[in-house]
Design a protein around this ligand. Sequence first.
Ligand SMILES: [Zn+2]
Length: 448
Amino acid sequence: MTVPVETRVVTALQALVRIPTVSDRDPSRVDPEAFDRLLAELKTQFPLLHERLTLTIVGTHGLLFNWPGASADRPVVLMAHLDVVPVDADAPWQHDPFGGEIHGSPTGPAIWGRGTLDDKGCVVGICEAVESLLEAGHVPAQDVWLSFGCDEEVSGTAAVEAVEVLRERGVTPWLVVDEGGAIAGEAFPGVKPPLGVIGVTEKGTTSLELVAKGRGGHASTPARNGPTARIARAILRIEKSPFPASAPAPTLELMRRLAPHVPLPLRPLLGRADRIAPAVTRALLAAGPEAAAMTRTTVATTTLSGSPALNVIASTAKAGLNIRLMVGDTVAGVVEHVRAAIKDDSIRIDVIESGEPSPISPMDEAFELLEECIAEVFPEAVATPYVMMAATDSRHFTAISEHVYRFAPFRMTKAQRQAIHSYDEHIGVADLVDGARWYQLLIERLPA
Ligand SMILES: [Zn+2]
């Protein structure tokens, strides 16, 4: 007897949420036993998948499953991650973050807890789709790979290893789908329908440290232009030299697709967004920091350090810069830009973390397949490409595939999107079921 889809998908997500697979940059602070239990639970919930698919473990607890299809010409990778971010003990969760309880929500009954949206919902949606198709005796038209990382939230290496395994086996994915976009309600002011936003590129994350050195000494006899003053001047100069702004192609396409749904006076304008790119860029720059971040590489000064004591002059002062690179920019170019902006050769620039932006995935037949499945499961939504601001594991897959898309097939209200990495994270029961249906449809529709 097969279990009805709604029961299994809900039970499975509840079970996974109850296991706190919290990742941490410090491996000694990760509970490997929780990850062991999660893998065992996944096997209990989706037995056929574990019986029929071949599994390669990547990293400590990352999973790479292979489901051979009728053809290996256009392999597909469905991605998600098993780890979650920690829960702030002071955050006012309405329900136990690791309880996986079902309670009401503004959009109906929902499963509450850390990871319901990010990203155990995707894990369960993908597994449910595969399990049901296996039960039905389905053979996918193309090879299907499932890649579930265990350290996405701490920029770990499980996904990098998965890419290496695929590369060694000569697999060049025709399509990669990871978390990122969603069926986003209230995405733009004045736009009624939800947007099915598909991330076609993501910004790169790079961290620099500015280091200024001096003689230090007693605070009673300060010299001019010491390390702290030079660092302060450098920070202000960087702030006064923003990167050039220019709305990238996916942002212009998003505007164009929004056009029929915005208030009438704006329609003609957005409808030809691609031909008036400079005007669109200016409008986004004026619309606040979030919209402005869609048009250019951003720099935020984050950490600062100087002297350890109030009466001691710093011999070393440092400032950390967190930089999000827009597609088109490079880490080398960013370092050059910062060096030119600070106009001070005595300041050293160290690259602490280097991440290039991901190339833009094309809007060809692989993208169209995603759109087609969105139209079928979420007919109310307007599908559109967009530039993702956050990082996902899928950026590593751009090394072996031109077709990397970031989309989680779940309806999310604005409040739900804000709950990710925060508190009161929850997913609607009906939305989870529809998400699993979307993954199933995607596998069923793979071209021969
Ligand atoms: Zn995530």
